[in-house]
Ligand binder design. Structure first.
Ligand SMILES: *[C@@H]1O[C@H](CO)[C@@H](O)[C@H](O)[C@H]1NC(C)=O
Ligand SMILES: *[C@@H]1O[C@H](CO)[C@@H](O)[C@H](O)[C@H]1NC(C)=O
Ligand SMILES: *[C@@H]1O[C@H](CO)[C@@H](O)[C@H](O)[C@H]1NC(C)=O
Ligand SMILES: *[C@@H]1O[C@H](CO)[C@@H](O)[C@H](O)[C@H]1NC(C)=O
Ligand SMILES: *[C@@H]1O[C@H](CO)[C@@H](O)[C@H](O)[C@H]1NC(C)=O
Length: 579
């Protein structure tokens, strides 16, 4: 028989076991810069493969909602679309750290909310553009228990970076390799986090595989030299035979796309060879990140906290080299730029699984909330990404199909041959557009409206490389309209109405946009919206209220963005009411 003392002891042990298992999970969030999914960069990262893809779930239809670093980072740190943060560019007046501060987001973003829920929060690496040696303390980014940021204009200098820790002044790390330094800081933060009784969230944001940018200062003249990403010395000669995958849309014989993209010249062999070397240097620069991933898992294992830690791996936006004839860069709505890596490993997350449920960067903040058991905020434009097998299976039939994609401003390409169109005019091409990606059981589509009012529609089931624009520019032309296939026309009208909702949506309307068009609540996806009984409504709404621009603007100037009010289906007329 158990003595009273023994019973007490057993109770105490049970209680402490409970306390241990109830400890909130820790999170390590790894965010690379400009890493592509579609040029196979993940295949060159064996540790990402071993620790994350083999041991976690790979969300293959994960999208950024704006393919540009700073706005994308602000979206994922706030859970809001760029049209709601109004941080839409990398630099003032429409973007950068200053706009983040001016939009009052420094008190309204992830680390603040995590701290309010009892988390210790750590960040090292690039936070966002124009977070600068001159403004890093005006004010300091809020919400971090400890932070060690890369600062502009040295952020992208792999060998001459400048770092700024907590409230200390910036310090040069010239001569040290940026990613290796970041890895050391990462391990130290994980140790520090593990020492505390509170759970931790650690964000690691290396600059790889972004281009290298060095700063030259001569007297009062400051200039920048941009070049290939610089790999660590030990990785410099890897992959000498590798080239950009020659997919069907790589440097095609005829141009594909709209506006400035349709005018791009085909690249000659000199340019292709040069861009292949950029590609190899991207893969080489990612090797130090891959080693850091290995180091992070070793550290978590050594500390005995691996089983209760979520590790999330993603990139702020994708990248293209040569697809659609494009010179190296981002900012487009093609799959190469918007479909980005997302792999999550952690307690309860299926191991070695892939899924094609639609997820976006605006879902990441809600997902962290969900992981950590924090009640969701009502102003999130996204929703949690399911992390369990049953959650994912459920999402296959219930989760929404759409991604809201947007961009404002111009486009600047990278590399020696970037911007062939701009060479004469010294002006970067306008690149403001609204777009919509839809991945459903029956449909796999991309629809976009450029600020010059050209349209695009791709059927990615038949045309995964987006080479055949199905949108007849004559849709609005009465005579020709009758000639275009009626199915496509009907689909386009629905997509346009959906895009009309998404381009200004706030919170729940971004998650359930069909409910705005059908307040009756009986339409939840494109298939249901295609019911012929709605044909007349969508046809009329497209004629009177389609997505359009009156001007290409560099930022979110609503007076140039056409109609802002979606029309709602009025419902069926109840004739009985009149009898
Ligand atoms: C700064 O730039 C100006 C204009 O390009 C040039 O004339 C001047 O020599 C430069 N000064 C230094 C110190 O390099
Ligand atoms: C290829 O194009 C580049 C940039 O337009 C040009 O400088 C170069 O001379 C061209 N090379 C060949 C072999 O045509
Ligand atoms: C897209 O392509 C697939 C495969 O060719 C076809 O079955 C489907 O009907 C197309 N969808 C649309 C909307 O045209
Ligand atoms: C209508 O479609 C047919 C077949 O694709 C084509 O030959 C004809 O030129 C089209 N007519 C107009 C007015 O676009
Ligand atoms: C976004 O910010 C810019 C620059 O501050 C401002 O001109 C514009 O009106 C803002 N747009 C919205 C919708 O708030």
């Amino acid at each position: 028989m158990m003595t009273l003392f023994g019973m007490l002891q057993a109770l105490l042990i049970a209680a402490s076991v409970l306390a241990v298992s109830a400890k909130k999970p820790d999170v390590v969030f790894i965010l690379t810069d400009d890493q592509d999914l579609h040029m196979d960069s993940l295949s060159y990262m064996p540790n990402v493969q071993k620790h994350l893809i083999d041991q976690g779930t790979y969300y293959q239809k994960h999208y950024c909602t704006i393919a540009l670093c700073c706005p994308s980072r602000v979206s994922l740190l706030t859970g809001k679309a760029a049209h709601n943060t109004n941080v839409t560019d990398v630099e003032p007046p429409y973007g950068g750290y200053r706009q983040f501060i001016e939009q009052d987001l420094n008190q309204n973003y992830l680390p603040i909310w995590l701290q309010q829920s009892g988390y210790n929060t750590y960040y090292t690496g690039k936070l966002m553009n124009f977070h600068h040696v001159l403004n890093y303390n005006k004010p300091f980014p809020a919400g971090w228990t400890s932070s060690d940021f890369l600062l502009d204009p040295y952020t992208y200098s792999y060998l001459k970076s400048v770092w700024q820790r907590d409230q200390s002044p910036p310090k040069s790390a010239a001569g040290q390799y940026s990613t290796d330094l970041l890895a050391e800081k990462a391990y130290a933060y994980i140790e520090e986090g593990a020492r505390s009784d509170s759970p931790f969230f650690v964000a690691l944001a290396p600059i790889a595989p972004h281009a290298n940018v060095d700063v030259n200062i001569a007297g009062t003249n400051v200039s920048h030299t941009s070049g290939d990403p610089i790999p660590a010395e030990r990785h410099k000669s890897l992959f000498s035979d590798v080239v950009v995958p020659r997919t069907p849309n790589f440097n095609p014989d005829s141009p594909i796309g709209l506006s400035w993209i349709a005018q791009l010249p085909q690249q000659n062999q000199t340019e292709v060879d040069y861009n292949d070397e950029i590609y190899r240097n991207r893969l080489r620069a990612l090797q130090a990140v891959d080693e850091m991933v290995d180091g992070v898992f070793k550290k978590l294992e050594d500390l005995g906290i691996l089983e209760n830690t979520y590790v999330v791996y993603s990139s702020d936006n994708g990248f293209h080299i040569g697809q659609h004839r494009l010179q190296p860069g981002k900012r487009c709505g093609f799959e190469e730029d918007i479909n980005v890596p997302l792999i999550i490993r952690g307690p309860g997350v299926p191991q070695g699984e892939t899924t094609e449920i639609v997820t976006t960067h605006t879902d990441l903040a809600p997902t962290f909330f969900d992981m950590l058991g924090i009640d969701l905020r009502e102003d999130f434009d996204g929703m949690p990404i399911p992390l369990t097998r049953s959650g994912i299976e459920d999402a296959v039939s219930t989760r929404h199909e759409h991604v809201n994609v947007e961009h404002w401003g111009t486009v600047n390409s990278e590399g020696m041959y970037g911007n062939p169109l701009a060479a004469g005019t010294k002006q970067n091409p306008e690149n403001t557009y609204k777009a919509l990606r839809l991945v459903g059981k029956e449909y796999n589509l991309y629809y976009s409206v450029f600020c010059n009012n050209e349209h695009e529609l791709y059927n990615l089931t038949a045309d995964p490389y987006q080479m055949n624009n199905l949108f007849s520019s004559s849709f609005k032309d009465q005579e020709k309209r009758a000639n275009s296939t009626s199915d496509l026309k009907k689909i386009t009208h629905r997509l346009d109405a959906l895009l009309m909702v998404l381009k200004t949506c706030v919170a729940k309307d971004c998650i359930e946009p069909w409910a705005v068009l059908h307040p009756q609540g009986n339409v939840k996806n494109l298939d249901e919206a295609l019911d012929p009984k709605y044909d007349e409504f969508y046809e009329k709404s497209y004629e009177t209220n389609s997505v359009s621009f009156t001007k290409c603007e560099a930022g979110q100037i609503l007076s140039s963005e056409g109609s802002l009010e979606p029309l709602a289906y009025p419902g069926e007329v109840e004739w009985e009411d009149f009898s």
